[in-house]
Ligand binder design. Structure first.
Ligand code: SF4
Length: 254
């Protein structure tokens, strides 16, 4: 029987997968320690449940949702759980998305071969050539190279998946220069057709108050960052995401 280290469940969400009503399942554990993590309480600890409990939740909600989104923590830290939940979701004709930091590139590559995942929401926390910035944000060495491999695996997945690329921004950490370089990374990787989402980093819940209110970009400033990304590379679509206004498409090439 498969045991899943569960962080929590949001039975109904319309903000985690644009255009879809989803149940969000948070899996515990993450190999990174991002200085701006909003889910610090999910990075460690155990709360094991059996897959049949999650399936009961799916059955309870299947009339209201069309998708399951796996989040965390880092879902691919529990590859067996990702596969079991995706399998369970497919039995109920639900779409499956996974939010990932891209650290486990080999696991992601082999999971994608099983054709159970419809969408990957991949964090690009910093430019992919900037291991130093990646390490200072995540407190772990060698992350950027792995994320680059994950991006490549998603682009060349055997089944065509939806791919969305997400950067969380903060003043003096990840701002205009970084989103421009990330936009170029996306273009060079062959993912210019995928939506690029610039997400407002938040100060609350951050461990050790490492991020202050003043480090947060305003809504207008996020739009300027979207312009920077859009003009730096030939991206098809650039969006911004804030807690107050959700996701907004700022630029789209026809
Ligand atoms: S990858 Fe996500 S869950 Fe893991 S530490 Fe970073 S922000 Fe938190």
């Amino acid at each position: 029987m498969i045991k899943i280290n569960l962080g929590g469940i949001v039975p109904f969400s319309t903000i985690d997968w644009r255009g879809k009503a989803a149940m969000v399942i948070f899996l515990r554990g993450c190999p990174l320690r991002c200085m701006y993590c909003q889910n610090y309480n999910l990075l460690e600890g155990t709360h094991y449940v059996e897959m049949k409990e999650l399936e009961e939740e799916l059955i309870k909600n299947e009339a209201f949702i069309d998708a399951v989104v796996l989040s965390g923590g880092e879902p691919f830290m529990q590859p067996h759980a990702v596969e079991a939940i995706a399998h369970g979701a497919k039995k109920h004709s639900l779409f499956v998305a996974v939010q990932t930091n891209g650290f486990y590139s080999d696991i992601i590559k082999s999971t994608l071969k099983r054709n159970l995942i419809d969408k990957i929401l991949l964090d690009l926390k910093a430019p992919l050539s900037d291991e130093r910035l990646y390490e200072s944000l995540t407190k772990v060495a060698g992350v950027a190279g792995r994320v680059k491999n994950t991006l490549d695996a998603c682009i060349h997945a055997p089944k065509n998946i939806d791919l969305e690329l997400v950067t969380t921004v903060f003043k003096n950490l990840v701002g205009s220069e970084e989103v421009k370089r990330i936009a170029k990374d996306i273009e060079e990787a062959g993912a210019a057709g995928c939506p690029y989402v610039i997400q407002q980093g938040r100060a609350e819940h951050v461990p050790d108050k490492a991020i202050k209110e003043d480090d947060m970009f305003s809504h207008e400033e996020l739009k300027e960052l979207a312009a920077d990304a859009y003009h730096a590379a030939d991206l098809k679509e650039v969006r911004i995401r804030t807690r107050e206004d959700g996701e907004e498409v700022i630029y789209r090439r026809s």
